[in-house]
Design a protein around this ligand. Structure first.
Ligand SMILES: [Zn+2]
Ligand SMILES: [Zn+2]
Length: 103
């Protein structure tokens, strides 16, 4: 797991909140936030699984990961009717932001 020093950008779409984290200069990670508290997942490698960093309830292991897969899980949890399209949309918008941040 990574500990970011900054959440560079936050985007909301279709009930999903996703952030771009920067944990080193010009290193960016795209993270979906938990549906319960809009917090990050915690404990990806622990035997108890991934929990919400705010309320410590178990959440999908996908919240302990980053990128498109975590966005897909978040869209499913938000009851989006077309989660893979939502994940695609969020992914492309956030990567566009990342490109601006690196320029
Ligand atoms: Zn929570
Ligand atoms: Zn959607």
């Amino acid at each position: 797991m990574f500990e970011p020093y900054a959440a560079a950008r936050r985007t909301n779409h279709c009930g999903v909140t996703a952030e771009i984290w920067s944990d080193a200069p010009n290193v960016f990670t795209l993270v979906a936030l938990t549906p319960c508290c809009k917090a990050s997942g915690k404990g990806g490698d622990s035997p108890t699984g991934v929990v919400c960093r705010a309320c410590y309830r178990p959440v999908s292991a996908k919240y302990g990961t980053s990128g498109w897969e975590s966005l897909l899980q978040a869209a499913r949890d938000a009851k989006c009717p077309c989660p893979s399209e939502c994940a695609d949309w969020l992914h492309s918008v956030l990567w566009e932001d990342i490109n601006h941040l690196t320029n």
